[in-house]
Design a protein around this ligand. Structure first.
Ligand code: ATP
Length: 449
């Protein structure tokens, strides 16, 4: 058996255990769209919650927002998306394959040779990534509407509403999690790049001149987030955008890259967007977007914006890849010597505790259910009574459940259970009355080894 780690194995586990399914699978699938199954949605919610906590609960000066996906079309003219949000596209005249000119073999591009079939390629042309549709009963050029390609603009157009209604003072931030849509030319690598995805963005409004300092602060903070949630730090690195990569709005930009099975790729961007967005919205809407700084002699200025922009669904893929391992745990020379395990941080894991009665009889299931009912108040639990206990542990390892509680015959007498740890596979005896508190303290001190 091959025990190397590959994207194929991760995709297969994700499907087999109900993390991610292909969209519309029974019709042959829909390109660039995926469905999150029972464990996938728990995992996604946990990542979103961890991000939300770290960006709002942990800061006095950051508040949340949930703006709509459909916005006034002028927003996307002001933001520059109508004009600039394009990828360079080439097609093969023979096999109709499509390529992003900036991501393909440059020699093939120059000789106009299709990398797939050797046919002739078209000239490079600009392709706008925004999904465009019409709102209302008739299709006309007067009622064009876009699916938002990023959540950020919903924050910018609401910045004054938020500042005024919540008496926010610069520097302050607005956080948002939501869907975004991009008509990506090439969707591959599972959920890495999709047409429908979710973003977790925080826009931080600062006084011009203090932007570089805040930029450094947010870079540090975002990196620390991944460490806090157990990501292996040797898998992360920074990539600074060179002059030819910088977006039209950016003064400086760094990506946090993660080493996926297909190599280092962008996970999140930290951008200094200057006063570009708010100035453009002032220009296009005719509204005053200046901030009046009452602590600073009523100085008026358009704040600079430091943005942290992470993909939620791309984060989910990263957490899956980072957690995935195949470990040798025995010496019998059989498949049982190996286990597949997801080393999720307990706050990220879809299920926190599995409760397992040793036998399906003699009152053990009843006691196990009682224990589960107590634990479910505080944790996501699951219950499994079928099969040998070793097999049940393996099933939980494979979906990353950090704690298993086994109820055995002694439990009825000594009112204790076995607590088994996923990573070390160690087992300890814990009184039922102390179980919840013990799990809590284990979560608090969790460190991936
Ligand atoms: P890329 O260069 O990969 O196309 P980008 O630089 O255009 O990405 P941003 O516009 O900075 O990406 O978006 C911020 C984050 O949103 C990215 O770091 C990524 O995590 C996520 N993201 C962007 N596009 C997609 C997509 N098509 N599918 C999934 N996640 C995406």
């Amino acid at each position: 058996m091959d025990h190397s780690i590959s994207m194929e194995k991760i995709v297969s586990l994700a499907k087999r255990r109900g993390f991610v399914f292909q969209s519309s699978e029974i019709y042959g699938g829909q390109n660039g769209a995926w469905d999150y199954g029972p464990l996938g949605i728990e995992l996604k919610n946990n990542i979103a919650q961890a991000w939300w906590k770290s960006m709002t609960q942990m800061h006095d000066n950051i508040v949340g927002l949930d703006a709509s996906i459909l916005m006034h079309p002028r927003v996307w003219e002001a933001s520059g998306h109508v004009e600039n949000f394009t990828d360079p596209l080439v097609d093969c005249k023979k096999c109709n394959a499509r390529f992003r000119a900036d991501q393909m073999d440059q020699a093939k591009l120059e000789s106009k040779t299709c990398p797939d079939c050797g046919g002739e390629l078209t000239d490079t042309r600009k392709f706008n990534l925004m999904f465009k549709t019409n709102i209302g009963a008739v299709e006309s050029s007067n009622n064009i509407i876009y699916l938002r390609p990023e959540t950020a603009q919903g924050i910018y157009v609401n910045y004054k509403n938020v500042a005024q209604s919540n008496r926010m003072k610069v520097p302050f931030g607005i956080a948002q999690i939501g869907k975004a849509f991009r008509n990506e030319i090439v969707t591959k690598n599972f959920i890495f790049r999709t047409c429908e995805f979710e973003q977790m963005e925080m826009q931080f409004f600062v006084q011009p001149g203090s932007d570089e300092e805040w930029f450094e602060k947010w870079k540090k903070e975002r990196y620390a987030f991944y460490e806090r949630y157990g990501v292996r730090m040797n898998k992360l690195r920074w990539h600074q955008h060179g002059p030819d990569e910088l977006a039209h709005y950016a003064k400086d930009a760094y990506d946090i890259e993660y080493e996926f099975p297909m190599g280092f790729k962008e996970l999140e961007g930290v951008h200094n967007r200057t006063d570009f967005d708010l100035s453009r919205h002032a220009e296009y809407s005719g509204k005053d977007m200046q901030y009046i700084d009452q602590d600073n002699g009523n100085a008026r200025y358009i704040p600079y914006i430091i943005e942290t922009s992470a993909g939620l669904t791309r984060n989910l893929l990263m957490f899956l890849c980072d957690a995935y391992d195949e470990e040798k745990v025995g010496d019998k020379g059989t498949n049982d010597d190996w286990r597949t395990v997801l080393h999720f941080h307990p706050e990220i894991a879809p299920t926190t505790v599995a409760v397992l009665p040793l036998m399906k009889k003699d009152g053990l299931p009843e006691l196990a259910r009682e224990i589960q009912n107590e634990l479910r108040e505080d944790y996501k639990t699951s219950y499994d009574q079928s099969g040998a206990i070793g097999k049940r542990y393996r099933r939980q390892d494979e979906v990353g459940t950090p704690f298993c509680v086994t109820v055995d015959y002694d439990s009825k007498e000594d009112k204790s259970v076995t607590l088994r740890f996923r990573d070390s596979m160690e087992q300890v005896r814990v009184p039922i009355s102390e179980l919840s508190a013990r799990i809590k303290s284990e979560i608090k001190k969790y460190k991936r080894v």
